[in-house]
Ligand binder design. Structure first.
Ligand code: TXA
Ligand code: MG
Length: 316
């Protein structure tokens, strides 16, 4: 079915085959992953990758993650290492992205890496994403499928609301289970946490048996995760709120009286899965958003990272 010029594909063999075909033609397909919906294009095709930046309105200096079907596929594009092997064995397929030096003859468009000599790679765990990647049999550059700076999409409806009419198709496979973007670990130098996400820092440090360098904004690497205002609803966001003030709606956590609760049981995994959907829903009320305090351990660190950016001062 075509809605507004963007095909609505279901996640069955026919829909997935059609999505792979569109990617081969250099067109853009949004697809479900376990973290958030990604806006995919062939990472070897400069025009396709340029189309991603254009559809999102994304500053072109922000590099993209290449998604592949397997560890073997990743090894075609990056120089592998012992630490990469340890983390891949523990967390792939899954919500972890590794930044590694590009291999010789990698064939990746320089628009994907924004001219860096490293590449971010990830093997997603989501069944449909994996089938799509295996069928396409190539690297798929995919940022989150939302207009740059806005709330990340965890349903096909979020994608359609943000990018409908600007991309070829959406491969619809329901809500995303993890609900937060992947954790990004830099392995080109000393191991570093470049973005907190779906795998907790504590888990990564326990596998590597070392502390990660924590990325500070102002460091050399530029990432949208590092742009101050990001994941931003239209309305102002106030953090660590005990109760509502004025016209606010309250996004709660744990046993609090609120308009919407991320997890009434205080479960961080559940809260992560609900976060972006809750922000999309509250954004529609047009009222300012207050958010309860969220513990900062485990997935809470990634939730708080997204919330701080949602609350950050806006450029415009
Ligand atoms: O869960 C995810 O990671 C989702 C799904 C679709 O897979 N993708 C995603 O992509 O969040 P995006 O483009 O919204 O975020 C990619 C992040 C950015 O912060 C970018 O700067 C960083 O990865 N990145 C990409 N390549 C990099 C590189 N070579 N060095 C350092 N950071 C890099
Ligand atoms: Mg994003």
């Amino acid at each position: 079915m075509i809605l507004n010029g963007t095909l609505d594909l279901s996640a069955d063999p026919g829909g997935i085959a059609q999505a792979a075909d569109l990617l081969r033609q250099g067109l853009l397909v949004a697809f479900a992953t376990e973290t958030v919906y990604g806006l995919g294009g062939d990472a070897r095709n400069g025009e396709a990758v340029a189309g991603i930046y254009e559809a999102k309105g994304r500053p072109s200096f922000n590099p993209l993650i290449a998604h592949v079907a397997s560890v073997e596929a990743a090894q075609r594009y990056v120089k592998w290492s012992d630490r990469a092997e340890q983390l891949a064995a523990a967390f792939w397929p899954g919500p972890l992205t590794l930044v590694l030096p590009l291999s010789e003859g990698h064939g990746i468009s320089p628009l994907v890496t924004a001219g860096l000599d490293t590449l971010a790679v990830r093997v997603p765990a989501h069944g449909t994403a994996r089938t799509l990647l295996a069928e396409f049999d190539g690297p798929v550059a995919a940022p989150s499928a939302n207009p740059s700076g806005q709330i990340s999409p965890t349903t096909a409806d979020h994608v359609r609301a943000g990018l409908g009419g600007r991309i070829a198709a959406i491969l619809n496979d329901g809500p995303c289970g993890v609900g937060l973007e992947s954790t990004i670990v830099g392995l080109a130098g000393e191991p570093a946490l470049l973005r907190p996400g779906g795998v907790a820092l504590e888990q990564i440090e326990s596998v590597l048996k070392t502390r990660l360098h924590i990325h500070q904004s102002g460091d050399l690497l530029t990432a949208p995760g590092q742009l101050q205002s990001h994941y931003a609803p239209d309305a102002p966001v106030r953090l660590n709120a005990n109760s509502k003030q004025g016209d606010e709606v309250l996004l709660g956590f744990g046993p609090v009286e609120c308009d919407l609760n991320l997890s009434a049981d205080g479960n961080l995994t559940e809260a992560a899965a609900n976060l972006f959907s809750a922000l999309h829903t509250l954004n529609k009320t047009g009222r300012p958003i207050a958010v309860s305090q969220i513990p900062d351990h485990g997935l809470g660190a990634a939730i708080n990272d997204r919330l701080r950016r949602a609350a950050a001062p806006r450029d415009s």
